[in-house]
Design a protein around this ligand. Structure first.
Ligand code: SAM
Length: 229
């Protein structure tokens, strides 16, 4: 029986086989446990900044008999990774885009030295994460979108490349791969947002002080969304 929620299963699906994974902000360590139980990953670090979840994870990893394959480590962001861990895949899931971007920005080149793949699942603020990827030469190679408990989650998989990465504004907003896949969940998300933006523009036009700049930004979003869905 899987420990994983629908959201974490979608994250799990993005991890390549025979990888050495660091799950940053692992909390309960469900993801590394499943990756090692299913022999997807060869080794994992469950990184956690909070001592409580970290010690619970340690107990769970021992319970599953995986202590030789999963290291549970206390630390801030990628500081739990050492170059000789040979981590090639970093997962950061279940946090806001600002926090994910901040964790990645604070990573040193040593911590990222062997990392080829990032699997990121921001709860909100996806464009911020895509901006960090583009600015740091990570190309988005896959994306998924799932709904769970009335919340829509996006999962972004990116790989380190040498050539510059370019995305347009619509791709930053909606996701370059998600825009191509156009799944029912994607359409429903953006239809809902579109309705919200239309209402917001109508309200702003009736405001005492009209903020034309804000209206223009909203109208630009409306244009992108209408073109895609
Ligand atoms: N990754 C799991 C998931 O997707 O279900 C847990 C998500 S939980 C909402 C976020 C976890 O990230 C918390 O356990 C929190 O303590 C941890 N966290 C927050 N900031 C962190 C940081 N800078 N470094 C490591 N862990 C962090």
């Amino acid at each position: 029986m899987t420990l994983l929620s629908k959201r974490l299963q979608a994250v799990y699906q993005m991890v390549d086989k025979h990888t050495r994974v660091a799950d940053i902000g692992s909390d309960h360590a469900y993801l590394p446990v499943e990756l090692l139980e299913e022999k997807m990953a060869d080794y994992a670090i469950a990184g956690e900044v909070a001592p409580g979840p970290m010690s619970r994870s340690k107990e769970d990893v021992e319970k599953f008999g995986l202590s030789d394959k999963i290291d549970v480590r206390l630390g801030d962001g990628l500081a739990v990774i050492k170059a000789n861990d040979l981590i090639d895949t970093v997962v950061i899931a279940g946090m806001g885009g600002i926090l994910i971007q901040s964790i990645l920005t604070r990573a040193t080149s040593e911590q990222l030295s062997n990392v080829k793949t990032l699997v990121l699942q921001p709860n909100i603020g996806e464009p911020l994460v895509r901006h960090w990827l583009v600015e740091n030469n990570f190309a988005i190679v896959d994306e998924d979108i799932v709904e769970e408990d009335h919340h829509v989650y996006e999962i972004i998989k990116a790989q380190k490349v040498t050539a510059p990465v370019v995305l347009n504004e619509a791709e930053f907003l909606m996701g370059p791969i998600l825009m191509q896949k156009k799944t029912p969940t994607f359409i429903a998300k953006w239809q809902h947002k579109l309705n919200g933006y239309h209402k917001a523009v109508a309200n702003m036009k009736h405001a005492k002080k009209i903020d034309q700049e804000k209206i223009d930004v909203m109208n630009q979003y409306i244009k992108y969304i209408e073109e895609i869905i």
